[in-house]
Design a protein around this ligand. Sequence first.
Ligand code: GTP
Ligand code: MG
Length: 238
Amino acid sequence: RMSVRKITTGSKALDDLLGGGIETKQITEFFGEFGTGKTQICHQLSVNVQLPEDKGGLNGKAVYIDTEGTFRWERIEQMARGLGLDPDKVMDNIYWIRAINSHHQMAIVDQLFDMLDKDNIRLVVVDSLTSHFRAEFPGRENLAARQQLLNRHLHQLMRLAEVYDVAVVVTNQVMARPDVFYGDPTAAVGGNVVAHAPGIRVQLKKSRNNKRIARIVDAPHLPEGETVFAITEYGVRD
Ligand code: GTP
Ligand code: MG
């Protein structure tokens, strides 16, 4: 896959774990408990994709599909300053879209097929991939319907990634003891659909203070193991 390009996460250690960074033409999923840094990584990538190629970016723009209302322009400003970039320009190059339900979330992705054709977008974030689907199709009795829709959504995203050479990054909150909440671990973690989707899955865990642990799951082409990175005032760093 020669034409694959990569976006730096801001952490050399995390980039190394990922084989150089977040890939275009691919879906990368960050999953973990609340507060593990999924949203912070998505913010950081939306800034970093704008960097020149020799600084780990793709000279491109980002689309941020926000399903939980946790996107923060102030955080983008801080991260831009941390890289010596003009915050106003950086913010201009991020299209923030609030998705109000799963149907809207999928409609937005459909519309992106037109938008990406005309604009230099190299990153599409879906933060979070699963929250609306989980809220609208709760419990075991709705598992099949939810999986079917999520599957369709993932196929849309995969096609977008491949056709337009963009990196697609999605997040998925999982609980430490899903069985306690739902009585069915598969139901709680968004289902096998996410686990079996094409792409790269990165598990995040909390460590001391601002440190986080990242581990690649089920990726035969990437080395096993885990690494530590930090969430600082200026964003994701070693
Ligand atoms: P959920 O969406 O609840 O599942 O969590 P998440 O994995 O998206 O967590 P998120 O990325 O929101 O990480 C939250 C953590 O990032 C906080 O606990 C802080 O440690 C750190 N963080 C968030 N904002 C800032 C900030 O402005 N400055 C600094 N230094 N750290 C921040
Ligand atoms: Mg989040």
